[in-house]
Every structure is written in C-alpha cells, then in structure tokens.
Design a binder for this molecule. Sequence first.
Ligand code: COA
Length: 384
Amino acid sequence: MNEYLPGLAGVPATQSNISDIDGEKGLLSYRGYPIEQLTANSNFEETTLLLLDGCLPTTEVLADFDNKLRRNRRVQYHITDLMKTFPPSGHPMEMLQTAVSSLAMFYPSTVSGDASADDLEYIHNMSVKIIARMGTIVAMWQHIRHGYDPIEPRTDLTYAENFLYMFNGVEPDPLLAKILDVCLILHAEHTINASTFSVLVNGSTLASPYSVISAAIAALSGPLHGGANQKVLEMLEDIGSPDKADAYVEERLAKKEVIWGMGHREYKTKDPRATILEKMVDEFIEARGGAVNPLLETAKAVEKACDERLSHKGVYPNVDFYSGILYTEMGIPADQFTAIFAIARSAGWLAHWREQLDDNRIFRPTQVYTGKPPRDYVPLDQRK
Ligand code: COA
C-alpha cells in the first residue's frame, strides 16, 4: 500500500516550469526570474505574460497583450445586473467566485484538451478575458455593495491604475498605483499551492476556465490560504498595540491556535514576499510623513514574539503578514484584501491551466480505505 501523507506534504502533484521556491533560502522565481528583479523592473502586465508564455515579451508582443487586456475590461450589463442582486453583506470572495462562475454562461467555452494550435489561441484569449475582468468585478463590487452604480473601466490606464480608478472613483495616485502594481506581481504566482492545485484538478476534467478559476477562488478564500491576509489585520486590530503582542502570541500558542500570517508549507525561513512587502510598508509610511503606525508597530512586535517561540519550527512571516497593512494604508477595506490577491493570482492560475492542458491526464488519486469491510444490508425494522 502507498504511504498516505496528510495534505500531500512533499508529494509532487505535477511537473511545472512556471515558478520555483527554495524554502530553505527563502527564494521565489517566476520562469527563472527572481521575484526581487521582477518587482524592481517589471509590471503586472509583463509579469502576467511571462507567466502565461514562459518568456519576457518583446515590446510589440507586450503592447498587443496590454491592449487586449484593456479592451477586455468591460463586463456585459447582465453581470452588473446579477451583481446588484447579491446581498451587500456578501463577502467579496464569495461575490467574486459567483460572478466569475456566472461568466461561463455569458462567454461559452470549450477546450479539446489535445493542445492543438486552436486550443492555444483559445486558452490565450480566455486567459485575457478572465484576468482583465477580475479587477473590474472586484472594483465594481465596492460600489454596488454600497448601493451605487459601478464606475466604467478606462482603456487609457494600466491594470493597477484602472483598478484604483474604478475602486476609488478618482484619478489614481501614481504612488498607490506603483505599490499596487508591485503587490500584484508579488501575488501573481506561487507554485502548487491549494488554489493552484484545484486549478489542475478542475482543469484536468476539461471544465470551463471560468469554473476552473471559480474553484480556485473558493480555495484561496480560506483563512489557511489567501484569506489569512484579512485575518492578520483583524488580529493586529484585536491586539491593539505593540506592548500587548507578546502576551497575545503566548496565549494563542498555549491554546494551540495559529498566528495568522505566520508559517508556510514550503518556506522554512521568512517568505521573500513578506520581506519586500515589509520594506514597502516602511517606505510608504515614510513617504507619507513617517508618523508612527500602530498596525505596523504591532506587526513587528508579533513577528518578534513569534520569532522567539516559533523559529525553531521554521515558522516565519508569510506573504499575508504585511500585505494587509499596506492595503489598509492605501484605503482598501480588509474584506477586499483576498479578492485583490485573487485578481493577481489569476495570472498564475491560468498559466497552470495552460500547462495542465498541454499534457493533460485527468486527476484521479487513490485513497487508503479505513471503513468497514463488506457487510449485509440491515432492513430498517431490524436495526437497533
Ligand atoms: N502559528 C503557530 N504555529 C504554527 C503556525 C502558525 N501560523 N504555522 C505552523 N505552525 C506550527 C504547527 O503548529 C506545527 O507545530 P508542531 O510541529 O508542534 O505540531 C509546525 O509549525 C509545522 O506546521 P504545519 O501545521 O505542519 O504546517 P502546514 O504546512 O501543514 O501548514 C499553514 C501551513 C500555512 C497552513 C500554517 O502555517 C498556518 O496555518 N498558518 C497560518 C495561516 C496563514 O497565514 N496562511 C497563509 C499561508 S501563505
């Protein structure tokens, strides 16, 4: 019998050349390019194309892709009408999953799964449609849930600028747009995590890409995965001030509860994305006058308290630990954090969808049966 490993820890579920993690050294690369170089030099549009196609695009190829993304931002009014029927209290991730899944009915899709040239064009077009509309839907919801009509997307703005414009309803601040762009790059891809694995599983059945991505959104929403960024902010607000961090961590660990934004299956050191995000928070606060930020100070105190108690287990801050502070400083409400994560991750998800279809075999793992041996049915009147 094959050994059962809970959570498939350490079990390769696929072969992939999209991204790579060195968990001991704390390194992450997309298509071989270190994340630090991409955040310093690239933008979300280019990084998305790098993930989808496997190479850095030429000027012409990038311009064409960017143009397609801009032209695909609008959604049919049926989607807007549908979103207006959602309860305003609905969580943005539940809204996003429902809206993306509904797109399948408006943009019918098929794939043969034989990696033909037709499929490649179709896969590319579908990827553009989904990535372009993810930002639109999340930004639209910000207005719809408060009872207002959404703001129409613009084609003269970059992905990050357009999102901020649609979300806030004012001309995007260049500094905020730059920060969001870096955040989108940082969140775009991360090997075979739970949501990406769900892309492989659902994609392997040749389900519609909208169904594939809506399944991935569901997986990402959980607090052990992408939903942790909202939990971190709630935790920091709950702690209240840096001097209370140590006792809070001590108490939670004593109760065998996790510290949100800490730990990772792959990293046994600090997540390189957390390092970049922490630096960005510092720089952003400095750029805005350098006032003491209670959330940041509390986060640093939590990190220190965890370092003393959890570093021997290889538990350090992950990507979700500092991202929420940055988004809060940018005026984004906490329940939208994971939805913004999902916008970015759609790039990686669709790269993996394409890779899966390129050499597809339906996922059908086995199990270790722990139930009863075969036995006879007992009629209802003879049961005790
Ligand atoms: N707080 C406290 N202890 C933690 C911890 C955390 N956030 N993350 C891991 N640990 C501890 C575990 O309790 C375990 O301790 P033990 O060996 O004494 O039992 C040890 O570290 C190994 O962790 P394990 O549960 O095997 O990790 P995993 O790979 O199964 O889970 C996560 C990974 C991400 C789900 C887990 O670290 C976690 O729940 N983190 C908080 C949620 C979060 O931030 N998620 C976002 C991930 S990007």
